[in-house]
Write a protein of this length. Structure first.
Length: 271
């Protein structure tokens, strides 16, 4: 599933063609993805000018000069394609700009979504209202985590995947950040020390920042809008490296299941 770095990379790629552009034509090629496309989507987008681009957690934001924002989620297999030579069966939403650029939202498994939200009400939109702070912003601090995790007996790995604690973190980057911070993913969240949380916050920011610079991580379906793959998967320390030597101590990387998800870690380095 595309995580925060993949969505950020997607937004930056789209911005080169959409930011400030007028949308001249819109083609909605089916009625729904994970849920129906918004009523009036084609009418709202056609003729609108994109006034800005952004991201909230794992959602991309396309702000329009009509006071609305198109919010998209890439689901399991979604990606935007820039200047596709031909449209395929999985290109479900197509935008053409006045400058002649064509962009298509391709989603083979249709777990993604598109919504229209009044821009002034984005922060209170139900899907955003309960979210925690952005991990790359100043609001994510060791003090925030200490307060949010106080008394919690669930594993720290699972708590970091809770969007109410931190917005946008996913399985890949939580595994990598916990490794860098030297924290056992099985440890009760409320028992993680202040010193360990102080290591964790910069580890989260560093892992995400490096992943964005590398264009995200391509595992199966993900590609950037220009078709390039994400290369952060070449830099994984633990994720999907079962049995391979730890890059720090040489002990074999272990895998376990937590909350229905795989977790990779080094039992020697992470305490």
């Amino acid at each position: 599933m595309p995580e925060l770095p993949e969505v950020e990379t997607t937004v930056r790629g789209l911005a080169r063609y959409l930011d400030g552009a007028r949308i001249a034509r819109v083609e909605q090629r089916r009625a729904d993805l994970r849920r129906p496309f918004p009523d009036g989507l084609v009418q709202v987008l056609t003729g609108a000018t994109v006034s800005g681009m952004g991201r909230r957690a794992k959602y991309g934001l396309v702000h329009l000069d009509r006071g609305q924002t198109m919010v998209f989620h890439l689901g399991m297999s979604g990606r935007w394609r820039i200047e596709p030579e031909e449209l395929g069966a999985h290109d479900h939403l197509v935008l053409e700009t006045e400058a002649g650029h064509r962009l298509s939202l391709c989603d083979p498994r249709r777990f993604g979504s598109v919504d229209l939200v009044d821009s002034a009400e984005l922060e209170t939109w139900p899907r955003f209202a309960a979210m925690g702070p952005e991990p790359l912003g100043d609001a994510l601090t060791a003090a925030h985590l200490k307060s949010a995790l106080a008394g919690r007996s669930a594993a720290i790995k699972l708590m970091l995947l809770d969007q109410r604690i931190v917005a946008g973190l996913g399985n890949i980057y939580v595994c990598e950040a916990l490794f860098r911070a030297g924290i056992d993913p099985r440890k009760a969240a409320g028992r993680v020390s202040t010193a360990a949380l102080a290591r964790l916050v910069p580890a989260i920011k560093a892992v995400l920042g490096e992943a964005i610079e590398a264009g995200g991580s391509t595992l199966r379906d993900y590609a950037q809008p220009d078709g390039q793959l994400g290369y952060f998967s070449k830099q994984f320390d633990v994720y999907d490296r079962t049995g391979q030597p730890c890059s720090v101590c040489g002990a074999p990387v272990q895998r376990l299941a937590q909350g229905g998800r795989s977790t990779w870690f080094c039992a020697r380095c992470q305490k």
